[in-house]
Design a protein around this ligand. Structure first.
Ligand code: UTP
Length: 472
């Protein structure tokens, strides 16, 4: 049966409605898109997530408990357990077992920035882009541990070429072209509320990236797992492209992962307030789950323990260490595990029934996405450690308001001021704790308190901070 017939049989024949009017190249592209779609899978998703009135969550909330985590000690340098973890993490780094991995395939619609999100300028003084900041953190860690630390970046059809060109134009930020590897994630068709595939134009289907969870199958399909194994890499430091605060390479986190025998580990942040929009780390029976803030019933979100602290306090910041063999297990041919798709209601520019392009002002369709944290219930001995907000998390999600460039730049400066205070320098701050003059620290000088302190002590800088300051 040819592709057109298969689509007709599944009630999606309209995809080829304008076939006769297309030229050969347009036909080739449309055919290629259509061939990417698993119509059986789509039929099930439409039935379960679009036509059914039930939500996608099937969690038994009455059996849900908060997940245990390793709390941050008051004095990390004096804490035996954390120092043991650090030694183990550093050993893994020095023996070349670790790669950095960024999911950068998202569309960044909330930010509304024209271009791959990683090319967004975000540092407070030098306006370095997100990609440059991560690259410099990786370069600094390479020097420190005298190892390669290759960097894998997942892009999508939306931004692949632009991302690769950006790195080329910037000489891969000194990392070396061979050790920065890009690969594309998969994509899924968007459908309307009746489950009909939406057309972006007469010659193309409205396809969107298959979610950050698409990383797992993309790593397998693109041969990245094989490449990693050939290089002796068995640990991936996973982070999102929109969070310049992330400790890209954190020996403590790596060490806890290795020592606990975990196959997927996570960082948690105590939620700042009940309704903070972070997923909750929970246990359901013997499995670790992240329950999205939007799925969590209000009465659980508000529950407090005897000390008055939020019971479900552990928020996810989408930072993980993932073992390569775990991804192999999840995605291998014989795997019986299929991560669930989630639906997202979106405004999707598409053709109407008259073949006219419409740009909706209200959600008009559904996109299907996989989430990386849905792998956690299948992980062996999953480990969670606490982190600090300034030390690891201030994402750029929105054009304004919370989690915007403004809040992120202020947070970067709060962090740098904290490091300076720690080495005995007093920095004048406003009532919000933001330095009065802008400060930026190059990751090549220091990318966390310990590396910053070391450089500061070695170099003994004499800076007066009466004007904007860049420490490099
Ligand atoms: P978000 O959930 O914030 O989505 O992605 P987004 O696409 O970047 O932004 P909005 O929702 O359209 O405003 C969190 C992280 O997951 C990556 C993003 O690039 C970001 O690093 N991601 C998301 C992917 O790599 N692929 C996807 O399909 C979705």
């Amino acid at each position: 049966m040819d592709t057109k017939e298969r689509f007709e049989q599944k009630g999606q024949g309209h995809v080829f409605q304008y076939w006769e009017s297309l030229d050969e190249e347009e036909k080739r592209v449309l055919q290629e898109q259509a061939d990417e779609i698993d119509l059986d899978e789509l039929e099930v998703l439409v039935k379960q997530l679009v036509l059914s009135k039930k939500g996608s969550s099937t969690i038994d909330f009455s059996s849900l408990d908060p997940a245990p985590y390793e709390p941050l000690p008051g004095d990390i340098l004096g804490d035996e357990k954390w120092q043991k973890a650090k030694i183990a993490g550093e050993a893994a780094l020095c023996s070349g077992r670790v790669a950095a991995f960024t999911v950068a395939g998202g569309q960044g619609t909330r930010l509304g920035y024209d271009g791959p999100k990683g090319t967004y300028p975000i540092s407070p003084v030098k306006n370095k882009t997100l990609f440059q900041l991560f690259a410099e953190k990786i370069r600094a860690a390479r020097c420190r541990y005298d190892c390669e630390i290759p960097w894998y970046l997942m892009t999508s059809h939306v931004n692949h070429e632009a991302t690769v060109s950006f790195f080329r134009e910037n000489n891969h930020f000194g990392l070396g072209e061979d050790s920065v590897r890009f690969f594309r994630q998969g994509r899924m068709p968007a459908v309307d509320f009746e489950g009909k595939i939406l057309m972006e134009s007469k010659r193309s289907i409205a396809m969107s990236p298959d979610g950050h969870g698409g990383a797992l199958r993309a790593l397998e399909r693109n041969g990245i797992l094989d490449e990693m194994e050939a290089k002796g890499i068995d640990l991936m430091s996973y982070f999102q492209v929109d969070n310049p605060h992330v400790q890209v390479i954190d020996p403590y986190f790596l060490g806890f992962h290795v020592l606990s025998g975990s196959s997927m580990s996570s960082k948690m942040l105590p939620k700042a307030y009940e309704k903070e929009k972070l997923g909750h780390f929970c246990v359901l029976g013997d499995r670790l789950e992240i329950v999205e803030y939007s799925d969590m019933p209000d009465e659980l979100t508000a529950q407090r323990d005897e000390k008055g602290q939020l019971r479900f306090i552990a928020g996810s910041v989408a930072i993980h260490i993932v073992s390569v063999d775990f991804i192999r297990k999840l995605t291998g041919k014989n795997s019986s595990i299929a991560l669930p798709f989630h639906k997202a209601l979106k405004k999707i520019a598409c053709l109407d029934s008259n073949g006219e392009k419409v740009v909706p002002s209200e959600p008009n369709g559904v996109k299907f996405e996989l989430f990386v944290f849905d792998a956690l219930p299948f992980a062996g001995k999953p480990m969670i450690i606490e982190t600090t907000r300034l030390g690891d998390f201030s994402p750029v999600k929105n054009a304004e308001g919370v989690d915007s460039a403004v809040t992120c730049r202020a947070d970067q400066q709060r962090l740098f001021a904290q490091w300076l205070t720690d080495v005995g320098v007093s920095v004048e701050k406003d009532s919000e704790g933001v330095p009065l003059r802008k400060i930026e620290v190059s990751p090549l000088f220091g990318y966390d308190l310990e590396t910053f302190r070391e450089s500061w002590e070695k170099r003994g800088l004499d800076t007066d901070f009466s004007q904007d300051t860049y420490i490099e």
